[in-house]
Ligand binder design. Structure first.
Ligand SMILES: NC(=O)c1ccc[n+]([C@@H]2O[C@H](COP(=O)([O-])OP(=O)(O)OC[C@H]3O[C@@H](n4cnc5c(N)ncnc54)[C@H](O)[C@@H]3O)[C@@H](O)[C@H]2O)c1
Ligand SMILES: O[C@H]1[C@H](O)[C@@H](O)[C@H](O)[C@@H](O)[C@H]1O
Length: 345
């Protein structure tokens, strides 16, 4: 196949980042079309890269232009569902950043659209499955290295967040990555969620509950505790430790040179999420391009995974308000997605 012609819907932070990697780092794809509700942002993104992509007034026109073989949806979360459904309707493979949609019903409508066509079109941007460290954990767990997993302790810390960040976003924007990657890691399904609020940090704005502790329980009885702390100040810090019957295994920290200076010995920490998973983003987008070119459809995290994440996030947000343990019910997994846990990354 010729180069995969890609249209980008949403040219903000991550949209531009993916455009840069497709143009400069990856192979097999070319950006031929872009759109953004802010036309200047779209123009700026194209000019900054010096590429010849055409700028379209909206997602539907871009999708119907005949200039694209696949679509990247990197707009704001609330706009994802409409663009993804339009791409499926047009028969185009689509990579969609998280969240797939901002409601479980929205995610389900995308699942239903794929099931109706009996074909996968969608890959959701859960890039941690492509991270080397998480893959090493999965390989060890699948190989029985720590025996049956019993507990997982993790932390997702951001140095700071924008003023617009709200308490529910700790779940829908931040924990969503753990929600996806942990069920993939241990091959289990969530059954319940409960959220608690420890003493509030003085560094969090008045409206924001920060930090938070989330407890997730799986069908197999594994208990997961996740600390979400988005004003931790000291850096961007992702921790994950899986405790099994025979041992435990921990996600490696990103390596950085050890230093000794001014009476201190240490290692510098990353401050920005963009740097922490930079290699994983490269691998996930390359995987999307390669599978679409080879098989006409993606193989990465599915629309059903996007649905699982949203249903689980909804239960966590309910628990933020009720303080209670909230049930997670997914219903029956459609045949289209069965057996994918083993095949996909
Ligand atoms: N996988 C990850 O680690 C990761 C990291 C960052 C962001 N994200 C996700 O990516 C998405 C974008 O995040 P961001 O940080 O780039 O946000 P951003 O605000 O920087 O960019 C969003 C862009 O989308 C545009 N937009 C909004 N509605 C649109 C529409 N209907 N059509 C076309 N363009 C539209 C905006 O004008 C803006 O330029 C979010 O859903 C976010 O959760 C994922
Ligand atoms: O959109 C970002 C991104 O998903 C990061 O990976 C996460 O750490 C941030 O909390 C979130 O705001």
């Amino acid at each position: 196949m010729e180069l995969l012609r890609i249209g980008v819907i949403g040219t903000g932070a991550i949209g531009r980042d993916h455009m840069r990697r497709i143009t400069n780092n990856l192979s097999g794809g070319v950006i031929t079309a872009v759109t953004d509700v802010n036309t200047e942002a779209a123009r700026g993104a194209v000019e900054a890269l010096g590429i010849g992509a055409n700028i379209y007034p909206d997602d539907v026109t871009l999708i119907g232009s005949g200039e694209v073989d696949a679509v990247l949806v990197t707009s704001w979360g609330p706009a994802h569902q409409k663009s993804v459904l339009a791409a499926i309707e047009a028969g185009l493979p689509v990579f969609c950043e998280k969240p797939l949609a901002t409601t479980a019903e929205g995610c389900k409508s995308i699942v239903d659209a794929e099931v109706a066509r009996d074909k996968r079109f969608v890959q959701v941007g859960f890039m941690r499955r492509y991270d080397k460290g998480y893959r090493q954990l999965k390989e060890a767990i699948d190989g029985g290295f720590i025996g049956e997993p019993l507990m997982i302790h993790c932390a997702h810390r951001n140095a700071s967040v924008a003023d617009s960040y709200t308490t529910d976003m700790a779940i829908t924007d931040t924990l969503i990555h753990e929600i996806d990657v942990l069920q993939w890691l241990i091959g289990d399904e969530y059954r319940s969620a409960q959220v608690s609020f420890p003493k509030k940090s003085r560094n969090a704005l008045g409206h924001l509950g920060d930090p938070q502790i989330v407890m997730l329980e799986t069908a197999g009885g594994v208990i997961i505790t996740a600390e979400i702390f988005v004003n931790c100040k000291f850096g961007y810090d992702i921790q994950c430790e899986v405790v099994g019957e025979e041992g435990l295994i921990r996600l490696p920290d990103v390596s950085s040179p050890a230093f000794r200076k001014g009476g201190v010995a240490g290692n510098a920490l990353l401050m920005d999420w963009k740097d922490r998973f930079i290699d994983a983003y490269d691998v996930e987008i390359q995987d999307f391009i390669d599978n679409v070119r080879k098989n006409g459809m993606p193989q990465g995290p599915t629309a059903w995974d996007g649905f699982i994440a949203q249903v689980t996030a909804d239960a966590c947000v309910r628990s933020q308000q009720s303080g209670e343990r909230e049930a997670i019910e997914l219903g029956v997994k459609p045949e289209l997605y069965s057996g994918m846990m083993q095949r996909q990354v």
